[in-house]
Design a protein around this ligand. Sequence first.
Ligand code: WT7
Length: 625
Amino acid sequence: MQKPEQKVYYPDPCYRESALIHDYNELYHEFEKDPDAFWRRIASDLLWFKPWDKVRVWEHPHASWFTGAELNITYNCLERHVNNDRRNKVAIFWAGENGRERIFTYYQLYKDVMRMGNALKSLGVQKGDRVCIYLPGIPELVVSMLACARIGAVHTVVFAGYGAKALNERITGAGAKIVITADASVRRGGSIPLKPIVEEALIHAPTVEKVIILRTQEPKVGLLDDFELDYEELINQADRYCEPVHVNSEDPLFILYTSGTTGAPKGIVHAAGGYMVGAYYTTKYVLTLRENDVYWCTADPGWITGHTYGIYGPLLVGGTIFLSEYTPDYPDAGIWWKLVEDYGVTIFYTAPTAIRMFMRMGEEWPQKYDLSSLRLLGSVGEPLNPEAFEWFYKYIGKEKCPILDTWWQTETGMHMVTTMVGLPMKPGFAGKPIPGVVATVVDELGEPIPPGTTGYLAIKEPWPSMMKGVYQNDERYRQYWSFGKYGYYSSNDLAVMDEEGYIMLLGRSDDIIIVAGHNVGTAEIESALVSHSAVAEAAAIGKPDPLKGNIIKAFVILRNGVEQTPKLIHDLKYHVRIMLGPISVPAELDFVDNLPKTRSGKIMRRVLKAKEMGMDPGDISTLDE
Ligand code: WT7
């Protein structure tokens, strides 16, 4: 088995001048010495109405954080800045298609959130009630989320690309009282109606009392009856001052349904106090976000990345959020880079699937724009394969911006494993557990394994923004904390750790292929295929085989202009063989134009697999169009 030598990139010292850098080892030792004191120090940056009794109470598998404390996250996102001379600072730059632009200062955002909070109260929404938000990535989505938090209501945001069935499942699952939506969303020069989807989703949704509709299009869509309310009218009639409700640290802040790569969606519940501290800590120390930054998280606010690092984290630290409705390739493949130049974006956080798409479209696009404002790049969602890392590093970061490959999950609420700014970067490796996170790679019993051996990424201790539970399903919650002999938190991700403690993610354990008794990670094969100059994207699945248990079947999207030839199939197999060894070679390889993906960009291997086997693909509510 011949593997290419591991490359290491040393961060350009210029990152220090522009960023708030904290020494990894120092932080780590501070945490190790006294975890409670560590979190107490972090939490003390924030404003609490009532102090906590205990930083952490850990009764496996349930953890409570900052017990007895009272807070309101919006008081920390808004008043903390508004009352401190930052009221006129830009909170949100929003860029819409066709050059539409909206700008919200912290003060303007604060006022809108209070009016929306009052509007919800006027409809009878009380602390603990669930509000479903089904809006595209526009400022009203931010206002609606914060308005819920302001009054102690629990938001459950549903990505606006979901269809009626998925929306209905989430509305009824959460028992939402109110749905906030828009007439339509804008995408690639057209508009996608949302109202008919909501109407259909509400047919069997008995808990819903009112629907609030933001009408953006002319002529305005009609409202059916007094079940449907106009967003603008409601907010304009609302009282201007809305007291932040004092919620308990353990009260739920939101429910977010997971992307469902592994079956039926789960309502992940995050609690107010711990989530706030985790989001604040990682935004400040991992993303190194400061007040002067213009920060672009390309994830839709409807995903956890958008919640933690698109909205709450940046507002907690008082940064400037850049939010946009542009897709990466419309009106042309340079639009995102034009936006970086136009708004002087300093931190850019995106997904490997987007980076690979940009690779495919060619570096001539970013080269047309001045990207010198950028100082830090980030990636999340799936492994950032070395080729994508290198392209991102060279053509976007100009070999000076560090890259954070951040591993975490909806359930973890915050970053868990990454290479913090200042540490040497190893393409292909996410990095080390961040200070505050006790994660390791173990065998199926939870026992330590030698470096270089494939195992499971497990977490031994709770962390502040750990999910509070799975909504109304404690059994499903408990399963997370039942890994191996010691009841660790199981991430369901396969991983390998090197001698220096850097962790490489190999894909979900549910995505593993056992070939002739050997474990092979789909991510590894895909990464190998993508490292070939002809390949843009690849997916690998296990196809049942009477002799070997499974054989590997690969699906490959070629780069523009590359011809599909039988010789190329041979070359690609040979390439994988050289990189990973004979057991990893796909026995079958098909060229395709598309891969089934979730809307968050993850390849849905089980859809490919079901199709291959002529079976029902199961729940495909998360499949992108
Ligand atoms: C799963 C969680 C966290 C926001 C986005 C996805 C995979 C996530 C990485 C990474 C390798 C990654 C894991 C994880 N994943 N980030 N940097 N390297 N894999 O949230 O939908 O809850 O999915 O995404 O498999 O378990 P999610």
